[in-house]
Structures are given as structure tokens and as C-alpha cells.
Design a protein around this ligand. Sequence first.
Ligand code: NAD
Ligand code: 2YJ
Ligand code: MG
Length: 264
Amino acid sequence: MALLTPEDLANMTDALVENDRLITELTTYSLDGLCRKIYGTAPAKEKVAIIPITAGGGIIGSFSESLLFTVQHFGMDGFITENTDVAGWYEAVTKGADIILMADDLAYIAHNLRNGKIAHNQICTGRIYAEILCHAKGGKDGGDDKDVLVLGLGKVGTPALETFLNEKFNVYVFDVDSNRVNEIASQYPVFKYDSEKEPKSFFKIFEATPCPDTISESVLKQNSIVSTPGIPLGISDELIEKYNVRVVQEPLGIGTLSMLYAVF
Ligand code: NAD
Ligand code: 2YJ
Ligand code: MG
């Protein structure tokens, strides 16, 4: 799994605000409204502590600050502990934290100390980016068909495809790792997407890979919607413009809000 970099987070605050606007336009739900709907939860004045973690690759510039921005932007009370790691945990609890946010190289979690709920970033990110597509309305000539293409069947893509299946979508899947495609196809009622054997274009596309240019012209329709947590972006500016593609992508805040609603 790739680590986030300070460069990935450079425009995070603007991206979160702009994506919230786009999500509202596409789904009629604001991002927190959509989280409320899908998890059936709401904040209740919880205090969120963000603990910087030095393990592995160490502290990532702007990571904790981006989490604090997300927490406060959506009206919650939060703080970054002055101490890191175990000392940070002690500080968080003694200062009255209800929810802990923290990440090392392998996992980014939210843990609600009051009700015991715990959430994992990859699962919650896959879920929310999928729900955005599920709730997106069909465009004039884009249709609102129940087909969706899922590119990248890893730790984010898999909970996303489960979400689409739960919402009765016809799920087409692709991954460069053909073993992974076969494994997924043996476990879930999905269609293996093969652009050469059976080309098909999609109004709704979900992408969760660590690669650029994973979204080729052949899968696009005019006005397609791409919902993608993948970093870097999997579609070129040229294709976005040519097909008037609406792209939901932001490096950290959308997934973080989904984690918080998962543990409220
Ligand atoms: P993962 O390694 O578990 O899965 C990635 C999958 O993509 C793998 O199965 C891999 O075989 C596949 N893949 C790689 N190149 C491909 C290509 N060219 N075409 C099709 N499939 C390809 O990773 P993950 O944890 O699922 O994360 C996926 C991406 O999402 C990463 O870029 C990660 O940084 C990003 N991410 C973003 C957020 C966010 O909030 N925006 C949150 C979590 C993860
Ligand atoms: O506290 C810090 O600043 C660092 N220890 C944060 C580490 C962040 N971890 C990652 O970026 C990993 N890829 C796991 C989280 C995935 C979030 N998209
Ligand atoms: Mg996100």
C-alpha cells in the first residue's frame, strides 16, 4: 500500500470543499448528509483526538492537520495531541477524547472509546465512494442504468463492489492481477470486464488503483461519473474534458468522514 505524501495533501482543504459541492450536485446529498443516510448515525458532540504516529515511515507532513480540518469543517470538536504514539494516546484519553484517529503505514483507524466501535479507512473509503455513485442521478444522455465498472480489486475496491452488489448494481470488474479477478469472480456475482473481447462504456465508474491512466477512452460515455479514491488520478485531463466527466476524488477527508460516521 502506498503511503500518502505531503504533496498528495497539498490542496486537500480546497479539494474537500469542492468535492462536497460536486457530491451534492450529483446525489442531492451533502457529504455528511450521505454519511448520515448510509450509516444511520449522527455526531453527538464527540471530541476527536488525532494522534501522530511515528512508527514505520513516520509522521507525514499535513496528515494530522488534514484530519483536524475534516473534523472541524464538519462541525466536530477535535485536537491533535502534542505527544505522539503511546504518550499521545495517554494525552488523548486524559484530555477527554471520545474518538481516536490514528494511522501507521498499514492501517488508518477510527476508534470510539465510548461505544467500542472501530472503523478501517480502506473499508470506509471504498464504501463512501461507492455510495456516492449509487446515489448519483442519471444525466440527460448519461442514463441512470444499474451498470458500474470497478477498476482495482484491492482493499478499497472490494468493499466498494460489495456496496454496489448490496444496492443491486450489475458490477463489472477489472484488475491487472488476473488472479485477483478470478478470486473475486469466484466469491461474488460479478462480470469480468474484458475491454478487448467485449468493449462496453459506463456512466458510473469506480477506480481504486495506485496507477495513472487506468480509465481508457473506450469505457467512457459522455457525462460519465468517476468516483475514485485512487492516487494518482486514473483519468487524464484530456479525457475529462472530452467526455465532460464529473470526477469525485480527494486524498483523505471523504474517507475520514465516512470512518467517523461508521463509529458514531
Ligand atoms: P491495494 O493495493 O489493496 O489494491 C490496489 C489494486 O489495484 C490491486 O489489486 C492491484 O492489482 C490493482 N491495480 C494496480 N494497477 C492497476 C491497473 N493499472 N489497472 C487495474 N488494477 C490495477 O490498494 P488499496 O488499499 O485498495 O488502495 C487503492 C488506492 O486508493 C491507492 O492509490 C491508495 O493510496 C488509495 N486510497 C485513497 C484513499 C482516499 O481517501 N482517497 C483512501 C485509501 C486508499
Ligand atoms: O501519523 C502520521 O503522520 C503517519 N503515521 C500517518 C501514516 C498514514 N498512513 C498511510 O498513508 C497508509 N497508506 C495507511 C492509511 C491509508 C489512508 N489513505
Ligand atoms: Mg478520501
